[in-house]
Design a protein around this ligand. Structure first.
Ligand code: ZN
Length: 111
Protein backbone atom coordinates (compact mmCIF):
# COMPACT_ATOMS: atom_id res chain seq x y z
CA UNK A 1 0.00 0.00 0.00
CA UNK A 2 2.63 2.50 -1.05
CA UNK A 3 0.22 4.76 -2.88
CA UNK A 4 -1.89 5.18 0.27
CA UNK A 5 1.02 6.48 2.40
CA UNK A 6 2.04 8.86 -0.39
CA UNK A 7 -1.50 10.15 -0.37
CA UNK A 8 -1.29 10.86 3.39
CA UNK A 9 1.93 12.84 2.98
CA UNK A 10 0.27 14.90 0.28
CA UNK A 11 -2.75 15.56 2.52
CA UNK A 12 -0.53 16.81 5.37
CA UNK A 13 1.34 19.07 2.98
CA UNK A 14 -1.96 20.57 1.81
CA UNK A 15 -3.11 21.14 5.41
CA UNK A 16 0.11 22.95 6.29
CA UNK A 17 -0.26 25.13 3.20
CA UNK A 18 -3.88 25.99 4.10
CA UNK A 19 -3.26 26.84 7.75
CA UNK A 20 -0.16 28.80 6.75
CA UNK A 21 -2.18 31.36 4.82
CA UNK A 22 -5.25 31.55 7.06
CA UNK A 23 -7.13 34.80 6.64
CA UNK A 24 -8.66 37.09 9.26
CA UNK A 25 -12.39 36.50 9.83
CA UNK A 26 -14.62 38.93 7.90
CA UNK A 27 -15.51 42.15 9.72
CA UNK A 28 -19.22 41.33 9.96
CA UNK A 29 -18.47 38.20 12.01
CA UNK A 30 -16.66 40.14 14.70
CA UNK A 31 -18.52 41.25 17.81
CA UNK A 32 -20.01 44.70 17.50
CA UNK A 33 -17.85 47.24 19.24
CA UNK A 34 -19.06 49.55 21.97
CA UNK A 35 -18.21 52.51 19.76
CA UNK A 36 -20.54 51.23 17.04
CA UNK A 37 -23.38 50.73 19.53
CA UNK A 38 -22.76 54.20 20.92
CA UNK A 39 -22.96 55.83 17.49
CA UNK A 40 -26.23 54.00 16.73
CA UNK A 41 -27.65 55.15 20.08
CA UNK A 42 -26.71 58.77 19.35
CA UNK A 43 -28.21 58.55 15.84
CA UNK A 44 -31.49 57.27 17.33
CA UNK A 45 -31.46 59.99 20.00
CA UNK A 46 -30.98 62.64 17.32
CA UNK A 47 -34.08 61.34 15.48
CA UNK A 48 -36.12 61.23 18.70
CA UNK A 49 -34.99 64.78 19.47
CA UNK A 50 -36.05 65.92 15.98
CA UNK A 51 -39.44 64.17 16.31
CA UNK A 52 -40.69 66.58 19.00
CA UNK A 53 -40.18 69.49 16.60
CA UNK A 54 -37.20 71.17 18.27
CA UNK A 55 -33.58 70.12 17.87
CA UNK A 56 -32.34 71.01 21.33
CA UNK A 57 -30.91 67.71 22.62
CA UNK A 58 -34.08 67.25 24.66
CA UNK A 59 -36.41 64.40 23.83
CA UNK A 60 -39.57 65.88 25.29
CA UNK A 61 -41.89 62.93 24.47
CA UNK A 62 -41.73 59.71 26.48
CA UNK A 63 -39.52 57.22 24.58
CA UNK A 64 -40.93 54.29 26.55
CA UNK A 65 -44.37 55.16 25.18
CA UNK A 66 -42.95 55.32 21.63
CA UNK A 67 -43.05 59.15 21.88
CA UNK A 68 -46.86 59.19 22.14
CA UNK A 69 -46.92 60.66 25.66
CA UNK A 70 -45.54 63.99 26.85
CA UNK A 71 -42.53 63.65 29.11
CA UNK A 72 -42.23 65.54 32.38
CA UNK A 73 -39.44 67.38 34.15
CA UNK A 74 -39.70 65.00 37.12
CA UNK A 75 -38.72 61.86 35.20
CA UNK A 76 -35.53 62.63 33.34
CA UNK A 77 -32.61 60.55 32.13
CA UNK A 78 -29.36 61.91 30.68
CA UNK A 79 -27.93 59.80 27.83
CA UNK A 80 -24.97 60.71 25.62
CA UNK A 81 -25.58 64.45 25.90
CA UNK A 82 -29.34 64.10 25.43
CA UNK A 83 -32.06 64.66 28.01
CA UNK A 84 -34.86 62.12 27.86
CA UNK A 85 -38.14 63.07 29.51
CA UNK A 86 -40.47 60.29 30.58
CA UNK A 87 -44.18 60.45 31.35
CA UNK A 88 -43.86 58.35 34.50
CA UNK A 89 -41.30 56.92 36.88
CA UNK A 90 -41.91 53.36 35.68
CA UNK A 91 -41.20 54.41 32.07
CA UNK A 92 -37.90 55.89 33.17
CA UNK A 93 -37.06 52.73 35.11
CA UNK A 94 -37.63 50.62 31.99
CA UNK A 95 -35.01 52.68 30.20
CA UNK A 96 -32.61 52.70 33.13
CA UNK A 97 -32.43 48.89 33.11
CA UNK A 98 -30.77 48.67 29.69
CA UNK A 99 -30.59 52.16 28.26
CA UNK A 100 -28.66 51.47 25.04
CA UNK A 101 -30.83 48.54 23.96
CA UNK A 102 -34.04 50.34 24.91
CA UNK A 103 -33.07 53.30 22.72
CA UNK A 104 -32.06 51.05 19.83
CA UNK A 105 -35.40 49.24 20.07
CA UNK A 106 -37.34 52.52 20.01
CA UNK A 107 -39.53 52.91 16.95
CA UNK A 108 -39.95 56.56 16.08
CA UNK A 109 -43.32 57.19 14.41
CA UNK A 110 -43.22 58.66 10.89
CA UNK A 111 -44.95 62.09 10.88
ZN1 ZN B 1 -44.17 56.70 29.20
Amino acid sequence: MLTRSNCCVAAIAVMVAVTGCRKEPPAKERAKSDAETQSRVVAKLAKADEYDGTIDHIVSKCPNCALHMDGTHEHVLQVSGYTLRFCAEHCKKEYEKDTANAILALKIPED
